[in-house]
Each structure stands twice: as structure tokens, then as C-alpha cells.
Design a binder for this molecule. Structure first.
Ligand SMILES: [Cu+2]
Length: 65
């Protein structure tokens, strides 16, 4: 299942690497695509939306509701 998150705290390529790495570490099967301009995080995973949201938050980023 593919889920989308808007993460306004993404400001540079470093943020993208941080979030990607955090998600892949917790959910190795996940496919993650992040667009810097739209600050959109797309995750294809079997994990729950809530758990992905928590992973993004745990590395200091903010997910828009
Ligand atoms: Cu950054």
C-alpha cells in the first residue's frame, strides 16, 4: 500500500536522506520516494501509516495532518 505524507520540515537533500534511511532501517521492504519541492513523502509498505508517521517524527521532522 502506498501512503503519502506532507512533511513541511524538509528543507534540503540531507533531510531526505535522514528520513529515507530511518524508514528503510525500520521497514527494510519499504520503497520510499521524497520530493524536495513539494515536501511530499511517498512510502510503499505493508507497515501501518501510524508507524511510518512515528518514524518520520522520531528523526525530528513534522508530518502535516
Ligand atoms: Cu535538511
Amino acid at each position: 500500500m502506498t501512503m503519502k505524507f506532507k512533511v513541511p520540515s524538509i528543507v534540503c537533500a540531507g533531510c531526505i536522506d535522514t528520513i529515507k534511511e530511518a524508514i528503510i532501517t525500520e521497514e527494510p521492504e519499504a520503497k520510499v520516494e521524497i520530493d524536495l519541492d513539494s515536501k511530499q513523502v511517498m512510502v510503499d509498505t505493508e507497515a501501518s501509516e501510524e508507524s511510518i508517521r512515528q518514524i518520520i517524527t522520531a528523526v525530528g521532522h513534522t508530518v502535516e495532518e
